[in-house]
Design a protein around this ligand. Structure first.
Ligand code: ADP
Length: 476
């Protein structure tokens, strides 16, 4: 069952349960309260009648003729009322109230019992002559004359517990209005519930269709973010995920395309040379074998780099960290590149600024790889007779390792781009020197994996200065 239907069903059940409970409770309390109200009204009226009836008894010295007096009582009461109103200067609100009260009195059923409990008058005639049970008489109002109880008067609900026609109609009308009010509120609540469930489920439907498109490989899809609730936050996360997937997908495509392109060059060279040998164009001598061997070395180096990037991307690059003196690492790397530097008459020096060494926690193999790449590049891009200077120092919470050269340098606009995969500033020159544009991107990932950072500055030697910042090792 869909969420929308479930929500609607839930609303309907809650609203129906609420409506029925309200109806049941209100119906019960209304009826009992109304009964009390009617009874108290009747008791008030009975007090008025008790006064009139006491006068009647005093006048006649018995209850004789009361039955016919009761039928004349409206006229009697009206005469009294008229006298009272005429006696007033103006028709006061109090008089109006009395008038309306007495008008209401006239429609009531009145029964009068004598001192023994026998009914001597009943406007309905039903109980006339019967003896009224003492229990019911207790509900009535005593009629007193000369401090003696001469009878009891019972009005409306005191005689008959069933409501009179007008009371019944009033109660029925009240309950009908209540039912209509509950029904209308239930309909409004269900409509609001419907609007609410649509409001909740619409973004979910958009998310669903977006997820299906993403599963189909369409990463351009964006879910609209409406409001600031949990669904909006989910939509924002979905968009973030899609953006990341798109970025990874683009990177993957670019790497595949670039890898294919980079692999094609040495393979074409090897194939061309071998076909030339087979066709007798090239002699099968040591020189040809050496050039094929060089290309295979280049190929396997490229494959190693791609494998390393793949490890980094999949998060499988495991670092075994140990505390090392990075100045010693620089000295080792500089010694390794001594011959290559000598070939180009480049001087390479490592400055030991702190005689105690500069300690950092690194994966030695990976960190060496970074240094080899930076020093190798410095020598590669430096003209003959140039200079390469390496140094390490502690600055604040970082260990800064720098490799400077007196080469052509890297312009500000290119400084971020050289860390991108397969990016080469001067493609022909880099390719001549065997560059594939992968070394710096690998160095960048390795430094990041160490929790560090790498950036390029202008070197005082005139060329580029690559600065690696690593978190410092805490000393006790
Ligand atoms: P490559 O194998 O091409 O050297 P890298 O990723 O190591 O690949 O370097 C990317 C590009 O950055 C190089 O092609 C080169 O243009 C530029 N570069 C790197 N190091 C230096 C440097 N020390 N001086 C000038 N340019 C450099």
């Amino acid at each position: 069952m869909s969420i929308k239907l479930r929500l609607l069903l839930f609303f309907a059940i809650v609203i129906c349960a609420g409506g029925l409970t309200t109806y049941f409770l209100v119906e019960r309390t209304t009826e009992s309260q109304f009964r009390t109200f009617v009874f108290s009204g009747d008791a008030e009226k009975a007090k008025v009648y008790a006064g009139i009836l006491a006068e009647y008894y005093t006048e006649h010295s018995s209850w004789e003729g009361l039955q016919s007096f009761l039928s004349e009582m409206p006229a009697y009461v009206f005469t009294k009322l008229d006298e009272k109103i005429k006696g007033e200067q103006s028709f006061s609100p109090a008089a109006a109230y009395t008038y309306s009260t007495i008008s209401a009195l006239l429609s009531d059923r009145i029964a009068v019992a004598d001192a023994e409990g026998q009914i001597v008058a009943d406007t309905s005639g039903k109980l006339l002559g019967t003896t009224h049970p003492a229990m019911h008489l207790a509900l009535g109002v005593p009629i007193m004359a000369n401090f003696t109880r001469i009878g009891t008067v019972l009005v409306g609900s005191m005689v008959d517990s069933t409501f009179t026609g007008s009371n019944e109609r009033f109660l029925a009308q009240l309950l009908r209005s209540l039912s209509i009010a509950i029904l209308v509120s239930a309909c409004i609540a269900i409509l609001f519930g419907l609007a609410f469930s649509i409001q909740i489920t619409r973004p979910l439907a958009a998310l669903d269709s977006a997820a299906k498109k993403i599963a189909g490989g369409d990463f351009s899809v964006m879910v609209p973010i409406v409001g600031k609730d949990e669904v909006a936050s989910l939509s924002a996360s979905c968009n973030l995920m899609t953006g990341e997937l798109k970025r990874l997908d683009d990177a993957k495509r670019r790497i595949i395309a670039d890898s294919a392109h980079e692999l094609r060059t040495p393979v074409t060279l090897i194939r061309g040379t071998l076909e030339g040998v087979m066709d007798g164009v090239f002699p099968l001598d040591m020189g040809t074998i050496k050039s094929v061997h060089e290309e295979t070395l280049r190929l396997s180096r490229l494959i190693d780099m791609l494998r390393e990037l793949e490890l980094i991307d999949s998060g499988e690059l495991k670092l075994s960290l140990e505390e090392v003196d990075v100045v010693a690492s620089l000295e080792k790397a500089a010694a390794l590149f001594g011959a290559a530097a000598g070939e180009k008459d480049i001087t390479i020096d490592v400055r030991r600024l702190d005689p105690t060494g500069v300690m950092a926690r690194v994966d030695v193999l990976r960190f060496d790889e970074v240094l080899y790449n930076l020093i190798g590049n410095a020598i590669k891009y430096c003209p003959s007779g140039g200079r390469v200077a390496c140094a390490a120092r502690r600055e604040g919470s970082s260990v800064l390792v720098s490799v400077d050269d007196s080469g052509p340098g890297i312009p500000g606009t290119e400084r971020d781009r050289v860390f991108e995969r397969f990016y080469r500033m001067d493609k022909s020159r880099a390719q001549d020197s065997g560059g594939r544009g992968l070394g710096l991107s690998i160095a960048y990932e390795i430094v990041k994996a160490h929790g560090g950072d790498i950036h390029i500055e202008d070197s005082p030697l005139g060329g580029a200065s690559f600065v690696v910042a690593l978190p410092v090792v805490a000393t006790n």
